[in-house]
Design a protein around this ligand. Structure first.
Ligand code: FAD
Length: 293
């Protein structure tokens, strides 16, 4: 079962909603007057876009809570869902129940990490165990054990589905954390697909979905680069670090998210060659800007 992300819907006219919210903060006009100007076309679409772009460069984040998205997500593991539901502000989940939904297939369609597939002999072991789990789970249902108890034998690899409602402020925060190469691969993949959906629908704001070190976010990494082990891992995952539309969404990247982006603006994790990892102390990866006075 492949991981799929669909942008089901988003609140109407997100750019004008953002413009209205920001404008209300910075004008003596009433929201009624602001929205009358928007409604009768006195504010051009380009003005709305430019105004939002400027505001997005600042730390004024609360208007972003007024832009809301609905996603359908399927084929993710319970291992991912445990991580995903830890996000608790500005996001609302509905997840497939293991009490009301019984898995009836002969062989449950478990999520299989590539590392198991690639390691000689281990894919077969994985498959064997999943078949055995399927057998015991089905047997439990046949013997009358209720689904809510039969599920106790199901592993983290069990697939699950979500409908999620999330506002843009929280989605930015999720991208900050989960597009970083330090996040687990499956949730990174899912968030990259969520980003791809927003890029298709509203590219004006989709580009801001980056890991926190991205040039449109903080621009530096605030986490210490610790060990030789992280160094090896960083090297290995360097290409797949943030946004990584090609490596994680399996699609060709276009526009600003492609390799055509100026090299100097790459997020720091992606920028360092193996030979310069860990980054030099002058690197934005290690050096947050001095505090404001
Ligand atoms: C790489 C990585 C590794 C992780 N490893 C572990 C782990 O080993 N064990 C583990 O338990 N978890 C782990 N987590 C999960 C992590 O601790 C958070 O629970 C998760 O990322 C949700 O993020 P959040 O707390 O920012 O919640 P969100 O709901 O996304 O919160 C958004 C923001 O709202 C604010 N906020 C939310 N709730 C409160 C509150 N009660 N009081 C004040 N401010 C609040 C905070 O500023 C918060 O950042 C990991 C996460 C990542 C990205």
């Amino acid at each position: 079962m492949p991981l799929e992300v669909t942008l089901i819907d988003y609140a109407r006219d997100p750019l004008t909603k953002l413009y209205g919210a920001y404008r209300t903060c910075y004008t003596p006009k009433t929201p009624g007057e602001v929205w009358a100007e928007i409604g009768d076309g006195r504010i051009a679409a380009s003005t709305i876009r430019d105004f939002i772009q400027e505001r997005l460069k600042t730390g004024h984040a609360s208007p972003l809570e007024q832009v809301v998205f609905w996603f359908g997500i399927s084929g993710v593991s319970r291992s991912l869902s445990h991580q995903f539901v830890r996000h608790r502000i500005g996001i609302s989940f509905e997840q497939q129940s293991q009490r009301y939904v019984k898995y009836r297939e002969d062989r449950l369609d478990f999520v299989t990490p590539k590392t198991w597939e690639k390691t000689p002999g281990m894919h077969e072991e994985y498959d064997r165990l999943m078949k055995e789990i399927t057998r015991v789970y089905q047997l439990a249902l046949e013997k009358g054990i209720p689904a809510e108890d039969a599920r106790f034998v199901l592993p983290n690899a069990t697939p699950t589905n979500f409908q999620v409602m999330v506002n843009f402020a929280e989605l930015l925060h999720i991208a900050d954390l989960r597009l970083c190469w330090r996040a687990q691969w499956e949730i990174r993949h899912m968030v990259a697909l969520m980003r791809r959906e927003i890029m298709k629908a509203i590219p004006e704001i989709g580009g801001y979905l980056q890991p926190k070190c991205g040039d449109k976010r903080t621009g530096y990494c605030d986490e210490p680069v610790k060990s030789e082990r992280s160094r090896t891992r960083a090297t290995r995952t360097r290409r797949a670090s943030w946004g990584h539309p090609r490596s994680l969404t399996g699609e060709r990247a276009t526009g600003e998210e492609s390799g055509r982006r100026p090299r100097g603006r790459m997020p720091s994790c992606a920028r360092h060659e193996p030979s310069t990892w860990p980054p030099r102390s002058s690197s934005p990866c290690r050096s947050p800007p001095p505090p404001r006075r």
